[in-house]
Design a binder for this molecule. Structure first.
Ligand code: SF4
Length: 403
């Protein structure tokens, strides 16, 4: 089946805007919607929505691009695009687990812009700025905090740390949205990272293909190609976000040699149904973007109304299992609060185990046994010594605090 992706040309208050402006990512940033009156021009806001603008002022910034805002329904307040970007008065209700830093990144910060939680990779917070401030954002302690691009001193410190920790194999450029900075800056960062011999992989996490797809220019994808291997992590949450423009952005990245993977978040009343996840995953896969993670929403401050229960998420995952191709199936994962790291959640198909006999019930009810071989025949692979040094150095790097 060939999917159709619809174009999002200027409409509503933007009708008549020249296409050359509309398709310029900087124009989209310059003309961002930041106030109640700006959103009122695009949507017929309900009284409850208007209340959200008043009450969330000062808690978490409000911003959307004209492109992204006009994907939402003008009249329906329950529209997923509206719910993702318009503030809700419920953001102010503070509950038991509402946290500013649910992933405990502060305690794993080795300097202001670098989080070192896992032994072989670091998170590099390039900027706090985003094109759209998503109401479910995990990193509200930092995102939109007006710190903007990192200064020279922070940059030097971050690079020095990466250089001096040879166990780091991977750098994840994040923020904020790292692609809100210029091509020159992106290229400088990639060039500097590529000069470090032990850095094997660079990941770029960006929601630009979703909220401002014009950012993905021919020049940008050529920069990615130049500093390969780079993996591009994007963040589509709903099939409605997949327009002709965003599809073109994703394909441009892939066509130029950079694999694209998608991380999504399960959101209450927005995408928490297997039919929506299936539609999103199949469409992404048709563009050669691998659905990678389906995250439980972190208990970030002011997101209680947007979170699903773990039970709800598990049921969605169970329904998807076996019914969509493994290629289209994202890994359901929960980030354990306070920096406990990711935990994979998979449906349990094991009914019982009796010694060597494991009894399963498959996704569609088929019962069968898997019987282990005689364990005395289990042996180590040949040439294991050739790889042990690398393995042990990775394990040693786990003692991060002593480094
Ligand atoms: S684009 Fe990412 S970092 Fe920025 S507000 Fe949205 S979720 Fe947070």
């Amino acid at each position: 089946m060939k999917f159709e992706f619809l174009k999002n040309n200027p409409k509503g208050p933007y009708e008549g805007i020249a296409l050359s402006d509309w398709t310029d990512w900087r124009w989209q940033l310059k003309n961002s919607l930041r106030t109640l009156s700006a959103f009122q021009k695009v949507y017929e806001l309900s009284a409850e929505e208007e209340r959200g603008f008043e009450s969330s002022a000062g808690i978490f910034q409000i911003r959307s691009t004209p492109y992204y805002a006009t994907l939402g329904s003008k009249t329906n307040p329950q529209d997923p695009i509206r719910l993702i970007q318009t503030p809700d008065y419920k953001e102010t209700s503070v509950r038991f687990q509402d946290m500013l830093d649910p992933l405990g990144e502060e305690s794993n910060s080795v300097n202001p812009r670098l989080v070192h939680r896992y032994p072989d990779r670091v998170l590099f917070l390039v900027t706090d700025f985003c094109s759209v401030y998503c109401r479910f954002c995990t990193r509200k302690r930092f995102t939109g905090s007006n710190q903007s691009f990192l200064n020279e001193d922070e940059y030097t410190k971050a690079l020095d740390y990466i250089k001096s920790h040879t166990g780091i194999r991977e750098v994840i450029l994040s923020g904020g949205d790292p692609l809100t900075v210029s091509d020159d800056i992106i290229e400088d960062i990639l060039k500097d990272l590529r000069r470090i011999n032990h850095i094997e992989i660079i990941r770029i996490g960006s929601r630009m293909p979703v909220v401002n797809p014009y950012r993905v220019t021919d020049t940008l994808v050529q920069i990615f190609r130049k500093y390969k291997p780079i993996f591009f992590m994007t963040h589509f949450n709903h099939p409605k976000e997949l327009t002709a423009e965003s599809a073109e952005a994703v394909e441009k990245i892939v066509d130029n040699g950079t694999p694209v993977m998608n991380q999504m978040v399960l959101l209450n009343g927005i995408n928490n149904h297997p039919a929506i996840i299936q539609a999103l995953s199949r469409r992404l896969l048709s563009l050669r973007a691998k659905p990678y993670y389906m995250f439980q929403c972190d208990p970030s401050k002011g997101t209680d109304h947007l979170r699903t229960s773990i039970q709800d998420s598990l049921e969605i995952q169970r329904e998807l299992w076996g019914n969509i191709s493994g290629l289209a199936m994202p890994n359901f994962s929960i980030d354990i609060p306070h920096g406990g790291g990711k935990t994979a959640m998979v449906p349990n198909f094991l009914v019982e185990r009796k010694g060597d006999v494991w009894n399963f019930k498959g996704f569609d009810g088929v019962h069968a046994e898997y019987i282990d071989p005689d364990t005395s025949v289990i042996r180590k692979p040949m040439d294991i010594d050739d790889y042990l040094e690398e393995w042990n150095s990775l394990k040693d790097a786990k003692n991060l605090n002593s480094l």
